[in-house]
Design a protein around this ligand. Structure first.
Ligand code: UDX
Ligand code: ADP
Length: 465
């Protein structure tokens, strides 16, 4: 098959950057990204590239190179499906908020809608690629829907999970550790479809980095990769609490164990807790699948990674309360960083949301500064928790665009995201303009704590006490 056009349903954190990189690396292929959200597509088409809906280093430059050449953004889902040889599904699969599996299983509503749309609008055979992280055996559901749709075309379903991490998405896409393609190798058409997708990646990825497997292995591998990464963070965070009550220092422990080549140095930074759209959702999914097959011990094992993460966020908030003489009522506490990690404007499951919420329950006056997250998003995150009314959220939390103003007259500052710019602040002048004693809680072990103490700050660093 000579590939002329591909499309992606869902112009989000995965679909947008992934399709931009494919367009950049495959100038001979037309790439169209479609979304039901007109506002989101308008942002992708905005002349001012600073208004793209996603902040990701390097993304702007690639979109500038390719947009309206071989990369297009539109809301015309039907036409894009009709014209494309390969259709990627990259829509959200949030944790289900209702019914069976509530709070655990993935909500496949949006994926199902996509499958039905493909069945309705396809006018030739198609390769359908699951790009969103999906529970194992979702491909089967997509196949069922397509086979029962009212048309005579054939559909090959592939799983091609995304391993990009936000903040480094472009680099991860350009130089992937591996590209995983799951398909049906029992049929000729299944093998052919896998090869079409493989050839697309071979435009820039080395042959031996492309791994073929069956669909279920591919789907499960995505969940397991995220569960293993999250488990490392929860493991080191568990040890951070132990370090705080002993003479051990978490940074020294991380370094020492990471030098063991069997363990390796990555994902061993203690933090206020992991966030992001994948880790918690994927582990909950793994737990749900395990439990639904009656594997209680397996489910309990992975559940503990989440339990520890919840504990880490709560413990950080309570540390702030206890250090501030057990009362934060009416005290100004500044949170630096709202995104779940640096170099992204994504806030899904960010630890900041939960820490702010705990402190607001204690009637603290929260001020937030984040270099890339909008006030609108911050309030939306809090409102979504449903802990208190929208009016109360706005009364208790203020969003400020200037970090120095945000810290003015604060009783305490908490570092929530590891943004590089926090390291270059004039901490002496920030200290001078705060209430005394001035507290600094470093949830990322980001700053040079000895020099902060020298300035006069009372400090607490995760993993150090
Ligand atoms: C993750 C996976 O890394 C990626 O492969 C997958 O496709 C999607 O999920 P992402 O959620 O974008 O990517 O970010 P990641 O870098 O994995 O960080 C997740 C969370 O763990 C962040 O909140 C981060 O701050 C935290 N983290 C990470 C730590 O607290 N300590 C670490 O050492 C590493
Ligand atoms: P991810 O991190 O998985 O990319 P996002 O929320 O950033 O998640 O993006 C998912 C996108 O999918 C959203 O922009 C949403 O509007 C879009 N979407 C959801 N359902 C559909 C659908 N049926 N058709 C087209 N777009 C959809």
């Amino acid at each position: 098959m000579s590939l002329k056009k591909i499309c992606c349903i869902g112009a989000g954190y995965v679909g947008g950057p992934t399709m931009s990189v494919i367009a950049e690396k495959c100038p001979h292929i037309e790439v169209e990204v479609v979304d039901i959200s007109e506002a989101r597509i308008a942002q992708w088409n905005d002349e001012d590239l600073n208004n793209l809906p996603i902040y990701e280093p390097g993304l702007k430059e690639i979109v500038e190179n390719t947009r309206n050449k071989n990369l297009f953004f539109s809301t015309d889902v039907a036409r894009a499906i009709e014209e494309s040889d390969i259709i990627f599904i990259s829509v959200t699969t949030p944790t289900k908020q209702y019914g069976v599996g509530q709070g655990m299983a993935a909500d496949l509503k949006y994926v199902e809608i996509c499958a039905r749309q493909i069945g309705k609008y396809a006018k030739s055979n198609k390769i359908v690629v699951e790009k969103s992280t999906l529970p194992v055996r979702t491909a089967e559901a997509i196949r069922d829907i397509l086979e029962n749709s009212d048309n005579d075309y054939s559909f090959e379903i592939l799983s091609n999970p995304e391993f990009l991490a936000e903040g480094t998405a472009i680099n991860d896409l350009l130089f992937p550790d591996r590209v995983l393609i799951g398909g049906n190798s029992d049929t000729e058409s299944g093998i052919a479809a896998m090869n079409v997708l493989k050839d697309l990646y071979l435009n820039w990825v080395q042959d031996d980095h492309v791994v073929l497997s069956n669909v279920w292995s591919s789907e499960l591998s995505k969940l397991v990769a995220n569960a293993f990464l999250a488990q490392r963070v929860s493991s080191i965070n568990a040890i951070s609490e132990l370090c705080e009550v002993t003479e051990a220092n978490i940074k020294e422990v991380s370094k020492a164990i990471g030098m063991d080549s069997r363990i390796g140095p990555k994902f061993l930074n203690a933090s206020v807790g992991f966030g992001g759209s994948c880790f918690q959702k994927d582990i909950l999914n793994l737990v749900y699948i395990s439990n639904s097959y009656g594997l209680k011990e397996v489910g309990d094992y992975w559940q503990q990674v989440i339990t520890l993460n919840d504990h880490q966020k709560r413990r950080f908030a309570y540390k702030i309360v206890s250090k501030l003489y057990n009362t934060v009522s009416d005290k100004k506490i500044t949170l630096l960083g709202w995104a779940f990690k640096k170099d992204t404007n994504d806030t899904r499951e960010s630890a900041s949301i939960y820490v702010a919420d705990y402190l607001m329950n204690e009637q603290a006056k929260i001020v937030v500064y984040d270099p890339k997250v909008t006030a609108e998003q911050i309030y939306a995150d809090l409102d979504y928790l449903n802990t208190r009314s929208e009016k109360e959220n706005r009364a208790l939390l203020e969003v400020v665009n200037d970090p120095i103003e945000a810290c003015q007259d604060a009783h305490a500052i908490a570092i929530m995201t590891e943004w590089d710019e926090f390291k270059s602040y004039d901490w002496k002048s920030i200290y001078d303009n705060m209430f005394k004693p001035a507290f600094l809680f470093d949830g990322r072990a980001l700053l040079d704590v000895e020099s902060l103490k020298g300035i006069g700050f009372e400090t607490y660093v995760i993993g150090k006490g």
